[in-house]
Design a protein around this ligand. Structure first.
Ligand code: DGP
Length: 121
C-alpha cells in the first residue's frame, strides 16, 4: 500500500474524517471506527510505516513515543490501573494478517473499559 492510497495517511492528512483524541508532530490518535471495547483508540505515526514487520532502527524512538502517548491518553481516559489492581487497558500491535492486521500502516491499539481475557482469540 502506497502512502497516497493509505487510509491512515489520509486520516492523518485530514482527507478522511476521524474523531481525533491527540496529535503532535510525530503521531495522531483517533477513535477506532469498529470499537471492540468501550474505549478503543488507535495511535499511528504520521510517517508511513507498513507495520512492526518493517520497522527500522531509526524508528525505535518513534515506537517508544507511541507507547508514551498511549499511556498519557489512557490516563486521560481514566483507564490507568488503580492501586487496588482494578482498571487497566491493553496495548496491541497486530503484525501480519494471521495476527489480525487489516490496515498496513503501523498502529497501536489502546483498548479498555471492560475486563479482557487471556489468551486473546
Ligand atoms: P488492525 O486490524 O490491527 O489492522 O486494525 C485496524 C483498525 O483500524 C480496525 O480496528 C478498524 C480501524 N479502521 C479501519 N479503517 C478505519 C477508518 O477509516 N477510520 C477509523 N477511525 N478506523 C478505521
Amino acid at each position: 500500500m502506497e502512502e497516497k492510497d493509505c487510509i491512515f495517511c489520509k486520516i492523518v492528512r485530514g482527507e478522511v474524517p476521524s474523531k481525533k483524541v491527540f496529535e503532535d508532530e510525530k503521531v495522531y490518535a483517533f477513535h477506532d471506527i469498529n470499537p471492540v471495547a468501550p474505549t478503543h483508540i488507535l495511535i499511528v505515526p504520521k510517517k508511513h510505516i507498513l507495520g512492526v514487520q518493517t520497522l527500522e532502527p531509526e524508528d525505535e524512538c518513534l515506537v517508544g513515543h507511541m507507547f508514551y502517548v498511549a499511556r498519557k491518553i489512557a490516563e486521560d481516559q481514566g483507564l490507568a490501573p488503580k492501586e487496588d489492581l482494578k482498571g487497566g487497558y491493553r496495548l496491541v500491535f497486530n503484525v501480519g494478517r494471521d495476527a489480525g492486521q487489516s490496515v498496513f500502516h503501523l498502529h497501536l491499539h489502546l483498548i479498555g473499559g471492560r475486563h479482557m481475557g487471556w489468551p486473546p482469540g
